[in-house]
Design a protein around this ligand. Structure first.
Ligand code: TRP
Length: 353
């Protein structure tokens, strides 16, 4: 058996992925796939929390995410790309974990609260909406993952996952209440390692409105498929509030975040930043053009790879069928361990895939 650490992460299909996903998490996953056992989950069930009336859209968005993963450099022979809805251990563990969490604790999750606010859900959300937070703990723990590469906004979900893992191990695996998370006994005796969040290079990339986190629904996202012309146009809209070339610029502005993130020549990045901060005859427009060029250079090989899968759903489906089969080997093993520990182990059950 492999002794490498296990990585699990995923995305809810909401459309295509964008640059924020790339620098926040996918870039990190590409690095990790050589040294870790990586599982990438297409969280299609989670899309039903707010869009159950759009099943066809969710279906095609799910395939689009897989395409974006491949475009961004995920290698399906190294990383298993799996379908949440065909990994039944996740649903079974969700039910069990829901018993280990006080209802109020789930509702206190700041990411859920923020989503209710941003999406204007008020108190008109489905029962399944808060349940998805419990489901996400099962997504992670079904793989007995050690680390979860995610953007900053997902940290509350990882906190909740750590609580479930701790509670399960202490309740059902005879681990003493005062054993710390990183004590080797936790993993040796418990079913679940306590997973950590692994935040990417840029935890939160500001969108091209210069204000909010990059998000497709806020219409401030640069997509992986954007042409150089589109990238340039979108960056042109980035609001900085600076009036002229001689205005001293704010080093923490969104434009400088883009310089830091996308200008890969670090001498050039420092030079641009320095001139901007001093207001040394450098216009926002000039910097934006340079950043746009750097972004388009980053996107070009992704677009090239993505074009290989254009209109070819059956190759994508083959890839996720294979990834899901690999995932089910791991998660059925976890489920059997969890059932055994929690009084649900009566006889061996084998599913065939
Ligand atoms: N909630 C994540 C998002 O909004 C997607 C997700 C579902 C996820 N399950 C996960 C992320 C498990 C990390 C680990 O994109």
């Amino acid at each position: 058996m492999s002794t490498r650490e296990v990585i699990l992460t995923g995305d809810t299909p909401t459309g295509q992925l964008h640059l924020g996903h790339y620098v926040g998490s996918v870039q990190r996953r590409v690095e990790l796939q050589d040294t870790h056992d990586c599982y990438l989950l297409l969280a299609n069930m989670h899309a039903y929390t707010t869009r159950s009336d759009h099943p066809d859209e969710i279906h095609s968005d799910t395939l689009e995410i897989a395409r974006d993963y491949l475009a961004m450099g995920i290698d399906p022979s190294k990383s298993a790309i799996l379908l949440q809805s065909e990994t039944p251990a996740i649903a079974e563990l969700t039910f069990l974990f829901a018993m280990l969490l006080p209802f109020n604790r789930v509702m206190r999750n700041p990411t859920l609260k923020e989503e209710i606010k941003v999406k204007g859900l008020g108190d008109n959300y489905s029962f399944g909406f808060p349940l998805y937070a419990v489901g996400q703990t099962a997504d992670i723990l079904a793989f007995r993952a050690h680390a979860v590469p995610v953007g900053e906004d997902q940290i509350p979900h990882i906190e909740l996952t750590r609580e479930v893992a701790r509670r399960f191990n202490k309740l059902y695996c005879g681990i003493d209440d005062n054993v710390e998370d990183d004590d080797p006994a936790m993993e040796e005796l418990g079913v679940f390692p306590i997973p950590r969040a692994d935040v990417g290079k840029v935890g939160k990339l500001i969108g091209t409105d210069g204000v909010n986190k990059m998000s497709k629904s806020l219409n401030n996202a640069i997509l992986i498929t954007d042409t150089p012309k589109q990238v340039k146009k979108k960056l042109g809209q980035l609001y900085t509030g600076r009036q002229s070339m001689t205005d001293p610029g704010d080093p923490d502005s969104s434009l400088m975040q883009y310089v830091d993130t996308f200008i890969t020549d670090s001498d050039r990045a420092s030079e641009l930043k320095d001139k901007y901060v001093r207001g040394d005859n450098i216009g926002d427009g000039h910097i934006k053009v340079e950043v746009a060029q750097a972004i388009s250079e980053l996107l070009a090989p992704m677009q090239e790879r993505r074009s290989q899968y254009d209109g070819d759903d059956s190759t994508i489906i083959d890839i996720i069928r294979d990834g899901t089969a690999r995932a089910n080997i791991r998660t059925e093993e976890t489920l059997a361990m969890a059932k055994e520990a929690s009084g649900l182990g009566f006889f061996e059950r084998k599913l065939s895939f």
